[in-house]
Design a protein around this ligand. Structure first.
Ligand SMILES: [Zn+2]
Length: 314
């Protein structure tokens, strides 16, 4: 099982809760350390750049990432999903990101772009407008084919750590690691059913506080499961990672869009029942587990000049 590890949001979205004692810098330290310990080199990070506009000192994190031998790709400025904005607005957002990290993007062996949320839009026309820009600007797409819904642990982990609930924090770390490992295996199996062969997976983790505490164990468990870490270029040499998948308004990654064309479902994360117990950790009765995440996407969309007409997390 070959895996190219990628990291999104070394700087998290505006409004993302983070427990005291954690920072983008401490999360990055943990990622860099775990990668060095496991021989994971040349990892592409994809960071939207609005946090650099809000606080230029955040740039230190990205500089350190690149100085450590890893690479940075373009992930838009505001992180708005293409569904929420026009093609023009999206292209402007890609260009705006270059104002902040264009020099770092140019340092990478290859210029990569990752669609925000790995969502390539809800119409061929709109995606075509973006794709035209990407190819003229020299970008290759870096899709995601393996993820585990890791962002869902952000708010529960913040509540558990901030509230000093050690049992809850322990449960969350265990379920997070289990989700990462079980989804990697499940995704690899699903990919085999779709293709009839193996292809390198492009795996996503976000730069969250729980990632800081779990990345070392996740990489160890991946190795136990037979994972071989490869670079993004290696993974992108397989045509299945380069095909254009059908457009869809749904929150699906590259492999899931491909799977849908042959009627195969690739589950995103742990069972609904277990996810419900994660999401509601530390919540009072009646509080919505999605409120934090709904607020984040609302901020992204507004900042990019868009609107969210219709949205489902599933
Ligand atoms: Zn992202």
């Amino acid at each position: 099982m070959k895996i190219a590890i990628t990291v999104d949001e070394l700087l998290l979205w505006d409004g993302t809760p983070m427990p005291g004692g954690y920072s983008a810098s401490s999360v990055t330290d943990a990622l860099l350390g775990a990668f060095a310990d496991n021989g994971v080199n040349g990892v592409y990070g994809f960071a939207h750049t609005a946090p650099l506009e809000d606080d230029p000192s955040n740039r230190e994190v990205l500089d350190r990432w690149v100085d450590s031998g890893h690479h940075l790709g373009n992930h838009t400025h505001c992180h708005a999903c293409l569904n929420w904005v026009t093609g023009e607005q999206y292209v402007d957002d890609i260009k705006r990101s270059e104002d902040f990290v264009g020099d770092l993007i140019e340092k990478a062996p290859r210029k990569y772009f990752r669609y925000a949320m790995d969502m390539t839009g809800d119409s061929e026309e709109k995606r075509g407008r973006v794709e035209d820009h990407l190819s003229s600007a020299g970008y290759a797409n870096a899709p995601i084919t393996a993820w585990f819904g890791d962002f869902a642990w952000i708010a529960p982990y913040w509540r558990a750590v901030e509230g000093g609930d050690h049992d809850a924090a322990r449960m969350l770390r265990a379920s997070y690691i289990e989700a990462a490992v079980s989804r990697l295996k499940g995704t690899s199996e699903a990919q085999y059913r779709i293709l009839g062969t193996e292809a390198p997976l492009i795996w996503l983790i976000h730069g969250t506080s729980i990632a800081q505490d779990c990345i070392a164990e996740i990489l160890a468990r991946f190795r136990e499961a037979g994972a071989e870490f490869v670079g993004l270029d290696d993974a992108m040499s397989h045509p299945v990672n380069r095909v254009m998948t059908p457009v869809t308004p749904a929150f699906r990654n590259h492999l899931q869009r491909l799977a849908a064309t042959v009627g195969i479902d690739v589950p995103t994360t742990i069972s609904d029942e277990r996810m419900a117990s994660v999401l509601t950790t530390g919540l009072a009765d009646g509080e919505s587990p999605f409120a934090v995440y709904d607020d984040l996407i609302s901020r992204m969309s507004t900042r990019a000049g868009g609107t969210i007409a219709d949205w489902s997390w599933t």
